[in-house]
Design a protein around this ligand. Structure first.
Ligand SMILES: [Zn+2]
Ligand SMILES: [Zn+2]
Length: 175
């Protein structure tokens, strides 16, 4: 998945590629669940390469409340400026003309598209992935998934507003 910059036939080319899920390693946060479609314009501008496009796929994500895996459709747009790593002074003070752009680095005249896509997956993921709005999570006492079943513990009635507060505190302390 390396894009060879020396082999670009024109100063501006469009990439349209599809990668199988098996091309991406599963991470703790997600597994790629269907082929990844990448559409990207690559443009040589002065000393850098501009990569603008989007990618679409489906990720299998773990719900942060109940732990179940669920499918999340992902469609993210990106606009990245790739600067040669040789120009990276390590202080992140690359001139970007005050534009709101993300700067990335390439080396050996190659851009690592796998790395680009993996980063976009992370950026596209919700901060707190939920399998459904209002996921009921796991019973704090017996660990049963309350989306699927009511356990004995929950027969004891609790003020739902207190329960919601518990949830908030729990999420905070697990950070
Ligand atoms: Zn859930
Ligand atoms: Zn229970």
């Amino acid at each position: 998945m390396l894009l060879n910059l020396k082999a670009l036939s024109e100063p501006s080319v469009r990439l349209e590629r599809t990668y199988p899920p098996s091309a991406f390693e599963a991470t703790d946060e997600f597994t790629v669940g269907k082929p990844v479609e990448l559409v990207c314009d690559v443009e040589k501008i002065r000393s850098w390469y501009q990569l603008a496009g989007h990618l679409a796929t489906r990720l299998q994500v773990q719900c942060c409340r109940c732990g179940e895996l669920y499918d999340a459709e992902l469609d993210v747009a990106f606009n990245l400026r790739y600067v040669s790593e040789a120009l990276n002074t390590g202080t992140n003070d690359v001139e970007i003309d005050g534009e709101d752009l993300t700067v990335a680095f390439y080396r050996d005249d190659q851009i690592d598209l796998r790395q680009l896509m993996s980063e976009q997956f992370y950026l596209g993921l919700p901060m707190k992935p939920l399998c459904q709005e209002g996921c009921r999570g796991l019973c704090a006492a017996c660990g049963k998934n309350l989306n699927f079943t009511d356990c004995e513990c929950s027969i004891k009635w609790r003020d739902p507003r207190l329960a919601a507060l518990d949830g908030l505190l729990k999420e905070k302390s697990s950070k």
